[in-house]
Design a protein around this ligand. Structure first.
Ligand code: SF4
Ligand code: SF4
Length: 73
């Protein structure tokens, strides 16, 4: 299910606690990649915690690394 790219999702997203959420993404205030699509930063995979996110449960998300692969359809 498509995650809305709104303020409510922005607050719920736990990307900032993720080991792959780097300085570049923090500087650009990038998160909710499952809704907004992939990051413009070049990311090193250090794990993904999307499966622990409340939005993953709410919208039945099955994938990981949305910051690299892009938004959920
Ligand atoms: S999409 Fe996954 S890997 Fe990327 S920052 Fe968010 S939790 Fe981390
Ligand atoms: S599923 Fe991942 S990208 Fe989407 S809001 Fe949660 S932590 Fe962020």
């Amino acid at each position: 299910m498509k995650v809305p790219a709104n303020f409510k999702s922005f607050v719920k997203c736990i990307c900032i606690k993720c080991p792959s959420h780097d300085k570049c993404m923090k500087l650009k205030v990038q998160k909710i990649f499952c809704a907004k699509g992939k990051s413009s930063c070049s990311i090193e995979k250090k794990g993904c915690i999307c499966n622990k996110c409340p939005l993953a449960t709410e919208y039945n998300l099955q994938k990981l690394y949305y910051c690299i692969t892009g938004a959920e359809e």
